[in-house]
Structures are given as C-alpha cells and as structure tokens.
Ligand binder design. Structure first.
Ligand code: THU
Length: 115
C-alpha cells in the first residue's frame, strides 16, 4: 500500500491542470505486481479532461493488463478525494467489486473503500 501511494503522489506532480489547478495522482497495481500510474489531464473543452484514475486504468488496459489488485488515489484535500462518477463507472467494469481503493491526501490520511 505504501509503495502504491508513493507512486500516486509522485505522478500527481505531472498533472496538467491549467483550469482547475487541482492535481490528482493515481496508481494501479495489477495482480501480476506491475504498477500503472496516472495524473489528471485537463482540456479547455473541460469534459474532455481525463481523471487520474482513468489515465492509470487506460494505460494498464492498453498495455494488455486486465487483472487488478489495488488502486491508490491522492490529492491535496483535507479529506481523501472520492473518484467521480465516470471513473466509478470505468472501475466497475474493470475491477472486481471487492477490490480495494485507497483514497488519500498529502497528509496521508487513508480511507480504504471497495469498488
Ligand atoms: N479529478 C481526478 O483526476 N480524479 C478525481 O477523483 C476527482 C477529480 C480531476 C478532474 C479535474 O481535472 C480536476 O480533478 C477537478 O475536478
């Protein structure tokens, strides 16, 4: 869990957020032990923006990985940040319902939830 959160924190710095200035990082571990990371990438056409979670999931899927073990999501918030509806929809299609998702912030308060 610690490594995954550290990876999410690191990739968060790469977020492209000129419109919201709200950086999010995500890290996804496959059952084979690989880690795929993602940050949010915004666009002036705002709905085209892709959240950190979906960037990580799509990187993994497009690399041929379809079995996932756990995911960490990090943002600079008081309370750990919950994924948006679109990300939850994608998670529900690719993750096992019991898969653990660690929601955390820069103070490393961790809320563990399942899909
Ligand atoms: N965002 C994420 O990347 N993940 C979340 O779980 C919540 C929201 C992004 C989308 C947008 O770039 C910014 O945060 C503000 O909503």
């Amino acid at each position: 869990m610690k490594t995954l959160i550290a990876e999410a924190e690191k990739v968060r710095e790469l977020a492209h957020t000129p419109y919201s200035n709200f950086k999010v990082g995500a890290a996804l571990r496959t059952t084979s032990g690989k880690i795929f990371t993602g940050c949010n990438i915004e666009n002036a056409a705002y709905p085209v923006t892709c959240c950190a979670e979906r960037v990580a999931i799509f990187k993994a899927i497009s690399s041929g990985e379809t079995n996932f073990k756990e995911m960490a999501v990090i943002a600079d918030t008081k309370r750990p940040v919950p994924p948006c509806g679109s990300c939850r929809q994608v998670m529900s299609e690719f993750f096992d319902p019991s898969m653990k998702v660690y929601l955390t912030n820069l103070s490393h308060d961790i809320k563990t939830v399942s899909v």
